[in-house]
Design a protein around this ligand. Structure first.
Ligand code: NAP
Length: 253
């Protein structure tokens, strides 16, 4: 672990949705930084299994869990705490997320509710579990919610997704006030449009339009976002809380 993130030897961080995309990139970086990392997703991937084989189950813990199902969230969280051991959980990164596209007038309610359950309600319940644990331990802690610029800007066809991310940013601000005095920081990290599986449904025309509107002239990559999470988890970010950090190549300026 480098000096900037020298919180404690092998501090334990839970990153939800780590089987691919941004979550997997977060895991790689946090392992490299010396953290012990736990993750969960509904299914595993060969890439994630390869990380377990490389780093060993003492450094990387994986669980199957359907976020949005309260009982599964609680069971997974309990297993993660057990794996963390006496040092407890230092960081929680609410990264798991889903999307679904269609104008609200015709978008099925059941799909909107599912998006809100996974992206917002699941993150809220895990934050509650995380902060109860951190408060009981009486040690500094970090909660980072992976939001999106869509939460503050909106996007045609993404009403439920936008509502879920705006909700996450509100959650961040309220929780930061609730637990700041106990040394726990809560922040949102809001990427712009990234080149991951989630954005693979964008039509070529939409992609080009986004690129044209981005001052830095390209879509983001996971490598653009990873260092910002590293910073938010680090000791150096101890006076940053209640913020939504936008990393979007300037498209929202
Ligand atoms: P992704 O490639 O689709 O990966 C999503 C991850 O979340 C996977 O590991 C997935 O695994 C897991 N997941 C989804 N639903 C879950 C559930 N109900 N329970 C547990 N795990 C679940 O997405 P990504 O692009 O890496 O996005 C990660 C985060 O960044 C999301 O919160 C997203 O909103 C945000 N973000 C992405 C972009 C972008 O352009 N990609 C931009 C801004 C913000 P399973 O499917 O196996 O469950």
């Amino acid at each position: 672990m480098n000096s900037e993130s020298a919180i404690a030897p092998a501090a334990c961080v839970l990153v939800t949705g780590g089987s691919r995309g941004l979550g997997l990139a977060f895991i790689d970086d946090l392992l490299h930084e010396g953290y012990r990392v736990a993750t969960c997703s509904r299914s595993s991937t060969a890439e994630l299994e390869a990380r377990v084989a490389t780093h060993g189950p003492g450094r990387l813990f994986t669980a199957l869990c359907n976020i949005g199902d309260e009982a599964q969230e609680a069971g997974m969280f309990k297993d993660v705490l057990q794996w963390c051991g006496p040092a407890g959980l230092y960081g929680l990164v609410n990264n798991a997320g889903i999307t679904g596209e269609g104008i609200l007038a015709t978008f099925p309610n059941v799909d909107s509710i599912r998006i809100l359950e996974v992206n917002l309600i699941g993150a809220l319940r895990l934050s509650r579990l995380g902060m109860r644990h951190m408060l009981a331990k009486n040690r500094p802690g970090r909660i980072v919610n992976i939001s999106s610029i869509i939460g503050s800007r909106g996007y045609t066809g993404l009403a439920a997704y936008s509502a879920s991310k705006a909700g996450l940013d509100g959650l961040t601000r309220a929780l930061a006030r609730e637990v700041g005095r106990r040394g726990i920081t809560v922040n949102s990290l809001a990427p712009g449009y990234l080149d991951t599986e989630m954005s693979s449904t964008l039509a070529a025309r939409q992609r080009q339009q986004i690129i044209n509107r981005t001052p830095l002239g390209r879509l983001g990559t996971v490598a653009d976002i990873v260092p910002v999470l590293r910073f938010l988890l680090s000791e150096g970010a101890g006076f940053v809380t209640g913020q939504t950090l936008i990393v979007d190549g300037g498209i929202t300026t």
